[in-house]
Design a protein around this ligand. Structure first.
Ligand code: PHE
Length: 335
């Protein structure tokens, strides 16, 4: 009879699948009103001779049932855990999700490099409007009306006296109107000219520079530009000044550096000359000082201007300016 109990238990254990099933079995067999407990209670009515053996047997069965339930519970627990871990697992061998990182645009990179060099030399950074009055873009820079120099600039007109600025020089006039010397700043920004080929885009960037004070001479201009060009292109870079013309500077110069691509021996980029034109510069024309009310007997100054795209093209050996503005990330990702 006690053997039957064991067998019945084993059958029921076999069909138990959950923690709840196992708990129910434990109650049914070992609980206060459980079958094993009931069997133990019958001991008192057994004959004294049978009692020890019967007691031993019932206790064996009790221990057996307990041990079985314990081990089934333990294995059920670890199975559940295993299932859970498996469901939560990630396959670390799967390819990752690719996140594209942005990069600094090559033009901005070169621009910031230029700004950085001048800021270290004590220049502040100023800005002006891109849609500009004729007065600031031309008139106050000593381009008289009908002056042929205005034609050199391929101007986009918004109206008769409003233009898209053709250079950053109007910022000179705006700043000088605002403050008295000493003045020392650079003005980076976008400029516009109606021109498009592999070295020209209708929009491009310039950096203007202006320094005005007492006793500013051409030597100061040469010194500042040499310091800048040597930091930008390397300490040994040859520099030369050629006479030129701008209405707002007198005397004026074009500044060249020894070709950084061929080292001066002559190549396609420097058109076999060994030199690259990098910027325009000169001593501020007193006529400009008259427009902003600076005393031309007391103050003198110099100005310079350069194109960022051109410098970036030379620096990175890029032969088509349009690449900068096509937003092809295969190109932009290289800088
Ligand atoms: N503004 C001139 C240009 O765009 C460059 C320049 C600036 C020349 C300052 C001299 C002094 O061509």
């Amino acid at each position: 009879m006690i053997e039957d109990l064991k067998q019945t238990f084993l059958n029921e254990l076999g069909s138990a699948t959950s923690a709840a099933d196992l708990f129910q079995l434990r109650v049914n067999y070992l609980g206060k009103k459980g079958t094993v407990t009931a069997a133990l209670k019958t001991l008192s009515s057994a004959s004294p001779e049978d009692r020890p053996l019967l007691g031993k047997k019932i206790n064996e069965v009790k221990q057996f049932i307990e041990a079985e339930l314990d081990s089934r519970e333990a294995s059920l627990k670890s199975e559940t855990l295993k299932k859970q871990l498996l469901a939560d697992s990630i396959d670390i061998t799967l390819p990752g999700k690719y996140t594209a990182f942005g990069r600094e645009h090559p033009i901005n990179k070169v621009l910031l490099e230029i700004v950085d060099i001048f800021v270290r030399m004590g220049f502040s950074v100023e800005q002006g409007p891109e849609v500009e009055q004729d007065y600031y873009n031309f008139e106050a820079l000593n381009f008289p009306k009908e002056h042929p120099a205005r034609d050199m600039q391929d101007t986009f007109f918004v109206s008769d006296d409003i233009v898209l600025r053709t250079h950053t020089s109007p910022v000179q006039v705006r700043e000088m109107e605002k403050r008295k010397p000493p003045v020392r700043f650079i003005a980076p920004g976008k400029v516009y000219r109606c021109d498009a080929d592999i070295t020209h885009t209708p929009m491009f960037n310039q950096v203007e520079g202006l320094m005005v004070d007492k006793n500013i001479t051409f030597s100061n201009l040469k010194g500042i530009l040499e310091a800048f060009l040597h930091r930008m292109f390397g300490p040994g870079t040859p520099i030369r000044f050629r006479p030129s013309f701008f209405p707002f500077t007198e005397p004026s110069a074009e500044v060249d550096i020894g070709c950084i691509l061929c080292g001066g021996s002559g190549c396609r980029v420097c058109k076999e000359s060994g030199w690259l034109e990098i910027l325009g510069a000169g001593m501020v024309n007193p006529a400009v000082f008259e427009f902003v009310g600076y005393d031309t007997e007391v103050y003198s100054g110099f100005a310079f201007g350069m194109g960022i795209e051109r410098i970036a093209m030379l620096k990175y050996s890029i032969d088509d300016i349009r690449l900068f503005y096509e937003n092809d990330i295969r190109f932009l990702g290289q800088f």
